[in-house]
Design a protein around this ligand. Structure first.
Ligand code: IPE
Ligand code: IPE
Ligand code: MG
Length: 244
């Protein structure tokens, strides 16, 4: 779990194996242009598609994008419904498009919070892409780090109540194995555009030793060169994992 996951690729000397992106700043991008917030989300969705392809091309093995948090339901109803519409449209397109890309798509989050047609799309995409061997693209939707840890606790507590394990037998690995990211490495690098410098409930457990790069750019304006910039910054970091 705490290995130094730096892999080599042709373009970079060092490339993070797992990158997380908090796709933030859509609303401000729209506001700057006098457009409704949902126009920012549409632009952000296009950026997402471009960056996912680029990450896969440069050899990233796992890309996790934060698309909708457990707290984002608190937004005005018309914004939430515009986002749900956009997700549906994108997931339908993903069934077609990402099939050529050899990407494995996984959803992180509580999908029971979505409508039945969205849930069906999610299940189809996960099933269709499960055997692919390229980059794993994690879509964090209705995702919250606290909620993820809470549901892991519930599963482990149930095993304890049933007498399958004793409380003192609970390990960190057992918790990690009950998160949405079970079997995946922790993110090496987490990028947050938009200028905000906070984690906003993203991968709270997995980010214990992630490197953070904050960029002063709104997500719809994010380009492949910004990912390059973040990777170059990551390559300069000295990860110590508590050692010397
Ligand atoms: C990120 O952009 C997208 C979601 C959270 C769904 P925002 O909508 O948070 O954009 P800002 O932060 O208001 O600019
Ligand atoms: C984090 O952004 C969630 C996503 C990008 C999906 P928010 O815009 O919701 O975070 P806060 O409210 O600024 O912390
Ligand atoms: Mg925001």
């Amino acid at each position: 779990m705490f290995s130094d996951n730096k892999k080599t690729s042709s373009k970079f000397d060092i490339i993070p194996e797992h990158i997380g992106i908090i796709m933030d700043g859509n609303g401000r991008w729209a506001k700057k242009r006098g457009l409704p917030r949902k126009a920012g989300h549409t632009a952000g969705a296009m950026t997402f598609r471009k960056i996912a392809r680029y990450a896969s091309d440069i050899g990233v093995k796992y890309l996790t994008v934060y698309a909708f948090s457990t707290e984002n339901w608190n937004r005005p109803e018309d914004e939430v419904s515009a986002l749900m519409k956009l997700f549906k449209q994108y997931l339908e397109e993903a069934i077609r498009d990402f099939s050529e890309e050899n990407m494995r798509i996984k959803f992180l989050g509580d999908i029971s919070g979505f409508s039945s047609d969205l849930r069906e799309l999610i299940e189809t995409i996960e099933k269709n892409s499960a055997d692919r061997t390229g980059m794993t693209l994690n879509l964090a939707m209705n995702y919250g780090g606290r909620n993820e840890i809470l549901s892991a606790c519930r599963k482990i507590a149930e095993a304890a109540v049933n007498g399958d394990i004793k409380p003192e037998e609970i390990t960190e690995k057992m918790i990690a194995d009950n998160l949405y990211t079970a079997t995946q490495p922790d993110p090496d690098l987490i990028i947050r555009p938009s200028g905000e410098k906070r984690i906003s409930n993203f991968m709270l457990w997995q980010a214990a030793y992630s490197e953070f790069v904050y960029l002063n750019i709104l997500w719809p304006d994010f380009e492949p060169k910004h990912l390059d910039e973040a990777i170059e910054e990551f390559a300069k970091r000295n990860r110590r994992f508590g050692g010397v």
